[in-house]
Design a protein around this ligand. Sequence first.
Ligand code: SF4
Length: 560
Amino acid sequence: MAMHPSPIAPVPEETARVARAAFRKGTLLMRVRDEIGVLYEDAMFAGLYDARGQTAIAPWRLALVTLFQFLENLSDRQAAEAVRSRIDWKYALSLDLTDPGFDFSVLCEFRARLLAGGQEQRLLDAMLEGLRERGLIKARGQQRTDSTHVLAAVRTLNRLEFIGETMRAALNAVALSAPTWLAEHGRAAWAERYGPRVEPYRLPKSLSARQALAEAIGADGHEVLAALFADRDCFWLCRLPAVEVLRLVWIQQFYHDQGRVRLREPADQPPVSDRLHSPYDPDARYAKKRDTGWIGYKVHLTETCDADRPHLITDVQTTAAGLADVAMTATVQAALAARGLLPSTHVVDSGYVDAGLLVASHADHGIDLLGPALPDSSRQAHAGQGFDLSAFTILWSERVARCPAGQISASWKEGQDERGAAVVHIGFSQKVCGGCPHHDACAPAAHPGRRANARRLRVLEQRAHEALQARRREQTSEPWKKRYACRAGIEGTLSQGIRGFGLRHGRYLGQAKTHLQHVFTAAALNLTRVDAWLREQPLARTRQSRLIAVLPAAAVLPAA
Ligand code: SF4
């Protein structure tokens, strides 16, 4: 498919006349076209098309159609229908009223091109560049980040359904690619067992029968894999994604015992976050946060939050479901730096903060990472008794610590913690601690009949330790809490994405396609916000329940 970049034509006269007559106040798409322009141009997509061949539909139009599709949460068919039938869509796309549009499959093909060329992010970046030039994004302003869970576009399967469906998916893939091979190596019983979808109502009810069926499926899968790997002429079939998934799932779910294929005990399986959960989306993982467990992904949205500008999404990251938020702080900041969109203050919740990041954000990007540090997890801090880390003075130049009783530590050893961060292990003398009146509240309890224990500390390297202690002190102050209050606004953005744009549910299979969905969702959110800003529409106020509105907050909230 070839693409010949051409200048974007103005809105055809007749289309403009009819659209303005039909929509006297305009629609969002018409206002976007009039106020912001077309956002994209063909040259942006030149690398995605061949130099020769059949002429493709102008990619700037397909990019806009996809954006409008996400704006209105439409399927491909509905979006293609909107291009054909909606006057405001024709207006925004510079199409004649008589334009017949295109087949809906073109949109899927366009997304595949974007992904293959790694260009999906450019669609958001190009929009942000345009908005920054218009002064709608403040240089070195404030930005905030938060994440939410995303459900993969697959049904949740129990273990027996999962292995049955994995086998079924692999057999179907082989049947499609090498029907002769399957006819030669397949068994007649497989058609009955794996022909229809594996549904709970078709599965045996008793535990022993379910175990027997699981092991029969395991033996079938092993037979297919052994035959495929043994056949040199058809070795390429082993590289089919569904066969590769079958191989991985069989490693995770089965083992060999004296020539029999047996189901692994739950304790013998890999950690749940590493296991595959659907043959149709091998990237989807299980994770649990508080009471919510899900199979899918996590999306991190970062948005500007300056009072004098619209709140626009500047970065989108899609990750495995179980990846901790703290692992994404540096990634988000690096992505913003690469786009020239770094804030001066990055507002996040405690999940994105650790001591190293407080230091690195400032050192690498000049960012104030504004978020609460997790509290000291020591026994003394938990109990609120004895001396926690903040009660000790670290004398870095002398490589000693002074305890609240005025004693000096006896040992100082530098090392690394389990995550590779530089730490210092500090120990006090057993003799000194044993005779200290604060021993019971400060040092670990001794085993009966043993000598009294000495107090030991593990502290981060100097800059990280000092940054952490300073944050723990300042985050309790009212001025700091007031500054931090703006973080809460990102919850509204996530809510808007979930309720208005289908952010919670993956549309496509796989992490790469799910990320593309999130990029378009972010771009669509930005369009609505810019439109609201240009129309001077005020931000929605946080709604309160009638109870809170009527009763003073102190009367209904439990005492602190
Ligand atoms: S127990 Fe040891 S470290 Fe703790 S206050 Fe007493 S002397 Fe200092």
